[in-house]
Design a protein around this ligand. Structure first.
Ligand code: ATP
Ligand code: MG
Length: 434
């Protein structure tokens, strides 16, 4: 359509401004020509006088194109509440939810889209929602999701963190190795521990090392992956993952990003999510099946988003704060990560001193930066030139510490939502007196 079409539509509308169909047509045409502000105005004029579903959908799609996803979602929510579950409305809703990062809900809606038109696939949505191929092929297999490994690392490779290692040893390793002693005192074995703390500080690494420490199998699964399976049969998958860990015991069953599942149950309107959470809690309780010999470890950056049901006795009732590495730990991390690299006279104490508030992941990034700086020189010379303390110090200047940001929000939860002293460790770390 050309510009003149727009002009003639406008002219026609000036003669009959109450003609809704005409105004809708104009708004639609404007939208197609990417004249979004004007299109928006016309949709809004219609909506001022009548509750018109096409105008609402049109307005929502304008907001979507303008990347104002929150507003788009509000309008779509209204439409759905009014029972306007058309293919277009649902599809736009799935896309807008996905853009807002509401992945589980987006998947739920996308499922309805596909139910309306089974041959329809939206490539971008498929990608964003990371739908596993198994779904497309109509089969779901937990082994796609859970990875069974025998970690080679042990506590020795974990720098510092002595207190945390000791806690893990007492709380989960000893009970696994001496069940009779624990039972004699009537102490319950089982349940899980929850590791929480700022990103990149070794939660995943430590969970893996725990498995290595007891020579157990390590079953690692990202909760976001399970949620992606909603569209398939995620309850069954979850059950199979637990079974995989039970069959291979002793084993460490590690759930990463556990907040993805726990994100306060009331927020999740869809019933599928509730079933999944209940399934998870049931597996955790080990009602029908025996979790003896299975160490369950969860990890999260945002424990405050976790439903309190997860923290009941026998579930994730032991909660361990994984702080940023202290000076000693940073030294150890530098030593570990540089062990196999060409280097010369490294002063590890200096590096550790200069990296306060840096995470283990930050330290890896620093080493990476230093190596990149070395590559050019080495290629010129034809031999790898060794890394020096100076190289690493200048790399430190190029990479900002990432843990401080986490503490800004964590501090608020620790101060104002510190149920039963759950976050005392955060306060202690920040030197805040209760
Ligand atoms: N104490 C440590 N000793 C040795 N390496 C460490 C230590 N802490 C972190 N690292 C290194 O930093 C990297 C990042 O750590 P990890 O992935 O375990 O962090 P995380 O706490 O799980 O982060 P996220 O919250 O982002 O998942 C690891 O690959 C590991 O090599
Ligand atoms: Mg991790």
């Amino acid at each position: 359509m050309s510009k003149s079409t727009i002009e003639s539509l406008k002219e026609a509308l000036s003669f009959s401004p109450d003609n809704t169909a005409l105004r809708l047509h104009l708004a639609q045409t404007l939208k197609e020509h990417n004249q979004l502000e004007e299109a928006k105005d016309h949709y809004q004029i219609i909506l001022k006088t009548e509750n018109n579903a096409s105008a609402k959908y049109g307005l929502a799609s304008v907001y979507y194109t303008m990347e104002e996803y929150a507003t788009c979602n509000i309008i779509l929510e209204e439409l759905l509440a009014e029972g306007k579950e058309t293919f277009d409305v649902l599809l736009l809703r799935a896309k807008a939810l996905s853009k807002e990062g509401a992945i589980p809900e987006a998947i739920e809606i996308y499922q309805k889209v596909i139910a309306k038109n089974p041959s329809y696939r939206d490539e971008e949505l498929d990608e964003q929602l990371r739908l596993p191929n198994s779904f497309v092929e109509g089969e779901d297999d937990a082994s796609d999701l859970a990875f069974l490994q025998k970690p080679a690392i042990t506590f020795e490779q974990v720098g510092g963190m002595d207190a945390v290692k000791k806690e893990i040893d007492l709380k989960i390793i000893q009970p696994l190795q001496h069940p009779e002693i624990y039972k004699a005192y009537g102490k319950k074995i089982g349940g899980g521990i929850l590791l929480y703390g700022p990103p990149g500080c070794g939660k995943t690494f430590l969970a893996k090392a725990t498995a290595g420490q007891v020579k157990a199998d390590f079953v690692s699964v990202s909760l976001n992956d399970i949620l992606d399976m909603w569209i398939g049969n995620s309850e069954k998958n979850l059950h199979e993952i637990f079974e995989l860990a039970r069959i291979n015991k002793p084993s460490v069953l590690f759930f990463d990003e556990i907040d993805a599942l726990g994100a306060s149950r009331s927020d999740m309107k869809q019933s599928a999510s509730k079933t999944l959470i209940n399934q998870f809690l049931q597996e955790l309780d080990g009602m029908q099946s025996d979790n003896d010999g299975v160490l369950i470890i969860g990890a999260t950056n945002t424990p405050w988003h976790l439903d309190t049901a997860f923290r009941r006795p026998g579930r994730f009732d032991r909660i361990i704060f994984i702080p940023p590495p202290d000076q000693e730990a940073r030294k150890a991390i530098f030593q570990l990560k540089l062990a196999e690299k060409p280097k010369e006279g490294i002063n590890y104490d200096t590096l550790a001193k200069k990296t306060k508030e840096y995470s283990g992941a930050d330290i890896e990034a620093i080493i990476d930066i230093a190596i990149e700086g070395k590559l050019e020189e080495s290629i010129k010379k034809g031999v790898p030139t060794p890394l020096t303390t100076k190289d690493l110090l200048s790399a430190i200047k190029k990479h900002k510490a990432t843990t401080a940001e986490w503490f800004t929000s964590a501090k608020n939860f620790a101060l104002y939502a510190n149920e039963s002293g759950m976050y005392d460790d955060i306060l202690a770390h920040l030197n805040i007196k209760k």
